[in-house]
Design a protein around this ligand. Structure first.
Ligand SMILES: [Zn+2]
Length: 334
């Protein structure tokens, strides 16, 4: 699944005056990351960094063929996922530039780097809750050092991007909107002057961003939070140019938000129908998703299902019972 050789970094057509777009390779299947450079008199602000570790060093070697290191004046990390924050600590130190991110982003990066055995035990308990078979759970269990392999320690200090605040980057004013659901306090940046939204992974043009419950917070309702954040973004002008972290820039923010909301509405409906029969999360994967998923795909499907179930539980549409093994059983409320 993992690729080890970074392919060349590409610079593609600038999405608008004052913003450049680099496409960085990622050590995962097919995916690439868009890095945006907000250019101004004081230098360029780099939004997102790609993964860290040896892959990140090699990738940035290639980035510096497009961009003089001395022209970079600041780094932004939109959220704590490895493809966004991985190289930030190393780069900020190398370039001696400030690093901007949300408080949750900085704290969670540090916490994920310190995961140990006890986190794995909690993951196993979570899989039991979801009704995962023990053979599957063994394969799904994340290695304790997985995050560390692709994320360098974050910069020791950061400039906090607060929800609602305005910040000057690349000589322009950007309004911070911290979104929830895909990652907590995921930073999106809106420039009224340019009519541009840097939407990171919150709104993607072709895929529905992953919204999952994780073992660290099993009772969370990330889907409710995700939909509430989408509703906030939907209030921006429809002609806004959206610059996502993956895929092509696009216009038509409201249409795309409506499509994402509809996708989740249909999935919720399908889950409620499948819960005519009492089921565990693991037993919902086949009726709700395309059958025949591999073990890792099923793991992500379970996390997404639990996110939808938490929303339905909160709405009172379904009920949950826990058996003596600690497994959760869901059924439609009659
Ligand atoms: Zn992400």
């Amino acid at each position: 699944m993992q690729r080890t050789n970074p392919t060349a970094v590409k610079e593609v057509e600038a999405p608008c005056a004052g913003i450049r777009r680099l496409v960085l390779p990622l050590p995962y299947e097919v995916q690439t990351l868009n890095v945006y450079l907000l250019e101004g008199e004081g230098g360029s602000t780099v939004v997102d960094t790609g993964v860290g570790g040896p892959f990140g060093r090699a990738t940035w070697g290639s980035v510096f063929e497009h961009l003089a290191p001395a022209s970079i004046s600041a780094l932004v990390g939109t959220h704590y996922h490895p493809d966004h924050i991985g190289a930030a600590g190393w780069l900020a130190a190398k370039l001696d530039v400030p690093f901007l991110c949300s408080q949750v982003c900085w704290l969670v990066t540090k916490l994920l780097l310190s995961q140990d055995q006890s986190d794995q035990e909690e993951q196993l308990r979570f899989f039991r809750r979801l009704g995962t078979s023990s053979e599957d759970a063994e394969v799904m269990l994340a290695p304790a050092n997985g995050y560390k392999l692709v994320v360098d320690p974050p910069p020791p200090a950061f400039f906090r991007l607060r929800d609602g605040a305005e910040v000057r980057l690349g000589g322009r004013t950007w309004r911070v909107c911290c979104c929830e659901g895909h990652a907590s306090e995921l930073v999106t940046l809106y420039s009224e002057e340019l009519g541009v939204l840097l939407c990171s992974d919150q709104v993607l043009p072709e895929i529905s961003p992953n919204v999952s419950v994780w073992s660290t917070s099993p009772e969370d309702d990330p889907l409710g939070a995700y939909l509430a954040s989408l509703a906030r973004l939907r209030e921006l002008p429809d002609e806004t140019l959206c610059l996502p972290a993956h895929g092509e820039p696009f216009r038509g923010l409201r249409r795309r938000v409506d499509e994402l909301v509809e996708h989740h509405r249909l999935r919720l409906q399908r889950i409620v129908e499948a819960l005519e029969e009492r089921r565990t999360v693991a037993a919902l994967v086949d009726p709700v998703f395309t059958p025949g998923l591999g073990t890792f795909e099923r793991m992500f499907a379970q996390g997404e299902l639990q996110a939808h179930l938490a929303l339905l539980l909160g709405r009172g549409e379904i009920e949950r019972e826990e058996d003596e093994r600690g497994t959760w059983w869901y059924a439609r409320k009659r």
